[in-house]
Write a protein that binds this ligand. Sequence first.
Ligand SMILES: [Cu+2]
Length: 169
Amino acid sequence: MTVVGFAIAIALVLFALRGFPAPQATIDQAGSADAPRDVSVIMRDYRFQPDPLRLIPGERVRFTVLNGGLEAHEFVLGDDDVQRAWESADAAATPPLPLTTAPPASVPPDTGGVRVLLASGGEGTAIFDVPEAGELLLMCHIPGHVEAGMVGEVRLVELGAEGSPAVSR
Ligand SMILES: [Cu+2]
């Protein structure tokens, strides 16, 4: 990292800590197998930040997902088939009555995509290989959350596009 790049990174962190809206950073390097690109996503009641989420086709990213909301949230990134698999898994795992315990949600291992389920205040990481093409969606399938607006836009962009700046917690 260059001195200027380092200074900019520090400035972004300071802006984020103070709660200022951070300026858009440029994605100047795609993630690779050896060096995944770090991308932070915050889940709130009921949205994802940043929105849109910008990813480069074919890159490998390491997501750090934080749940800054008061409720449990789920980060599900993948195509339509992935979304439908988790939607039905979560619906099936929801207890039919209060105070009953349902089995944890699961999908077949070859479903693809990535899913991080977090309690309020939780943090998790996940590695994801961005496909070369196709449509990706970001959704939370906890019952009622999609209806409340918890759907994030995902854009596949070229190198040099505006990326995801540091976000304030
Ligand atoms: Cu949610």
